[in-house]
Every structure is written in structure tokens, then in C-alpha cells.
Design a protein around this ligand. Structure first.
Ligand SMILES: NC(=O)c1ccc[n+]([C@@H]2O[C@H](COP(=O)([O-])OP(=O)(O)OC[C@H]3O[C@@H](n4cnc5c(N)ncnc54)[C@H](OP(=O)(O)O)[C@@H]3O)[C@@H](O)[C@H]2O)c1
Length: 307
């Protein structure tokens, strides 16, 4: 049987790093979390973010705006938070109402408070291999490989999906010239020809397309590592709903060396990365010349599972 890569174990290790940094430097990281409207799925996620703060010695302040507040109102609040020294990080819950342009909002956030790391400056920093905030989901994949000692160096690594949130930043992170990167990366999308053939050549296959059970056993290589970013709601035969990934777990797991489950895999790690970004922002604001990865490396080496 393959190794099941546990999102919970990784999330706990990242949280331990955040908690250690906060305590060691007497920080009080403060996040401003803005939700526009009251979409139930968003509210559920927002609540889990709020619940995590006290466990790590952080503060999370929720500001809920009416769904019809308009783009300018949101921009005014962001601009004020950008210059407020008591706010170390800003997170805007997505999706936003249709009359608000995500790209305008992303670019309005101070890049040094940009917890979702969607500002073009942070995406550019990733490209240039500079110290940056990392977008939560690509970082969750990166830390999964690192925690389990799966070094993609020189490995044929195929990413399904080229979104700005997942596929593109992740591809650039895996191209970094450093440990747990140095991969040979192929990025596929809806226009890719011979997709199954490309997937079969992958030592590491990462799927982020949002299509339930899309990757079948005949698309994966024996002994490959399968990372599933997809979270798809399906209706089961009995009418109840469930969440599955992009990778058909039951069919593909027997061929894999390692695989992430859905739920309980990558999605389980993203809140921890959000707080790691908040701690990073707080270190910057305090002028402390330490990187969060110094702590991650120590904690991961204590817990690291080598495959
Ligand atoms: N685990 C987490 O915390 C987390 C976070 C974010 C997203 N997600 C999940 O990850 C998935 C992707 O999210 P996203 O925001 O990146 O989605 P997105 O913006 O919709 O992008 C999907 C990408 O997949 C490609 N694609 C779609 N169908 C395809 C197919 N049949 N063959 C090949 N490529 C295909 C699209 O190609 P084109 O570019 O050609 O259209 C696009 O590049 C979703 O299930 C989402 O729920 C999970």
C-alpha cells in the first residue's frame, strides 16, 4: 500500500513553527480578515481561521461587509489597514461578489501584508526566487513534499492546472534552485494534447483542475507520488454529498508510492500556511532578521517522515 501523506501531521508541524516563533520573539501577530457577504462555505472557512488564532498566540479580527458594499468601500478599508501598524496581515475571503474585481483588490493590498500572496509583487518575488509570502495552496504542496522527504530534484513533475492561485506559482516554486525544488516541471491545462501520456511519465503528479476523480489508474506511473489539490463536491447515489479530489483515490492508490487523501490532504494545510505568512509579516514589521523556514527546517527534521 502507498504512504498516505497526512495533511494533519504537516499542519501541526507548521503550526508548531508559528507558535515557536511567536513565543520566542514575543510577537502578537494581528490579522485583519475581511468577508464580503455571508456565503455559508466562506463563513465555515472564516470560522476555522478565527478558531486557529489563539492556539498560535495570534489575533484574527473579522470584518464582515454587506454583499452590496461595493468595491470602493472594500478598497478604502484595505488602504487604511495597509498603513495601520497594528495590522500585520490582511486576508480577503474569496469569492467576492461579482461587482468587485479580484485583480483590483489583490493589487491594493500592501505586498508586505499580503497573506494570500496574490499581489503581483509577491508572485514576482516567487519568480525571482526572493523571500516572499507564498500562496497558501502551492506552499501546502511544497511543505508536503518537504515534510515527507520527497525531494523533487531532477524528477519529472507534472502539474495539472495553470491557475494564478495554484498551478503557475507552484510550477515556479518547484523550479527554484534549492532543496525540495530543482524539479523538471511540465504544466498541463485544458488545451494540452496527450495529457494521459504526459501524466504517465510523471514521477510526481500534482492535480489542481477541479474535476472529480479525473485522474484514473491508466494515467499514473507505478511508484509515482500523487498530490491532489482538487476539492470537488459530489452527490452520492443516496443523495448525500461528499468531497473528492481530482485523482480517483481508490483506483490510483495501489499504483502509487505515496498519495494525499481528499479530504485530509492539501486542503488541511492551507490555514497553517496562512498563519505562517502572518508570522512572517509580523517578523518583517518587527524588523527581526529571521526566516520562518529556519524554524520549519528544525521542526520538520524532528518529525520528518522519510519515504
Ligand atoms: N486544497 C486547497 O486548499 C485548494 C485551494 C485552491 C483550490 N483548490 C481546488 O483546486 C482545484 C483547482 O482550483 P483553481 O482555483 O486552480 O481552479 P481554476 O482557476 O478553475 O483552474 C483550473 C485549471 O485546470 C485546468 N483544467 C480544467 N479542466 C481540465 C482538464 N480536463 N484537463 C486539463 N486541465 C484542465 C484549467 O485549464 P485552462 O487554463 O485551460 O482553463 C485551469 O488551468 C479546485 O478543485 C479547487 O477547489 C483547493
Amino acid at each position: 500500500m502507498p504512504t498516505e501523506l497526512s495533511g494533519k501531521a504537516i499542519a501541526l508541524a507548521i503550526n508548531k513553527a508559528s507558535k515557536t516563533i511567536v513565543a520566542e520573539h514575543s510577537l502578537r501577530p494581528h490579522m485583519l480578515l475581511i468577508q464580503v457577504g455571508e456565503d455559508p462555505a466562506s463563513s465555515y472557512y472564516v470560522q476555522s481561521i478565527l478558531n486557529t488564532a489563539p492556539k498560535l498566540g495570534c489575533e484574527a479580527e473579522l470584518l464582515t461587509l454587506a454583499a452590496d458594499c461595493g468595491q470602493q468601500k472594500l478598497l478604502d478599508i484595505i488602504l487604511e489597514a495597509n498603513s495601520n501598524p497594528d495590522v500585520h496581515g490582511i486576508m480577503i475571503q474569496k469569492p467576492l461578489p461579482g461587482d468587485i474585481d479580484d485583480s483590483v483588490i489583490n493589487i491594493s493590498i500592501n505586498p508586505d501584508k499580503d497573506l494570500d500572496a496574490l499581489h503581483p509583487v509577491n508572485l514576482g518575488r516567487i519568480l525571482m526566487e526572493n523571500e516572499a509570502f507564498l500562496p497558501c495552496t502551492p506552499a501546502a504542496v511544497f511543505y508536503t513534499l518537504k515534510y515527507y522527504g520527497i525531494d523533487p530534484q531532477g524528477k519529472n513533475t507534472v502539474i495539472l492546472g495553470r491557475s494564478n492561485v495554484v498551478g503557475k506559482p507552484l510550477a515556479n516554486m518547484l523550479l527554484w534552485k534549492r532543496p525540495y525544488a530543482n524539479a523538471t516541471v511540465t504544466v498541463c491545462h485544458s488545451r494540452t494534447a496527450k495529457l494521459a501520456e504526459i501524466c504517465r511519465k510523471a514521477d510526481i503528479l500534482i492535480s489542481a483542475i477541479g474535476s472529480p476523480n479525473f485522474v484514473k489508474a491508466d494515467m499514473v506511473a507505478e511508484g509515482s507520488v500523487l498530490i491532489d489539490v482538487g476539492i470537488n463536491e459530489i452527490t452520492k447515489a443516496d443523495g448525500s454529498s461528499a468531497y473528492v479530489g481530482d485523482i480517483d483515490f481508490a483506483a490510483c492508490a495501489p499504483k502509487a508510492a505515496a498519495i494525499t487523501p481528499v479530504p485530509g490532504g492539501i486542503g488541511r494545510i492551507t490555514t497553517s500556511v496562512l498563519y505562517l505568512n502572518l508570522v512572517k509579516a509580523s517578523l518583517i514589521a518587527a524588523g527581526i532578521n529571521k526566516t520562518v523556514d529556519e524554524y520549519i527546517d528544525i521542526i520538520f527534521s524532528e518529525n520528518q517522515k522519510k519515504l
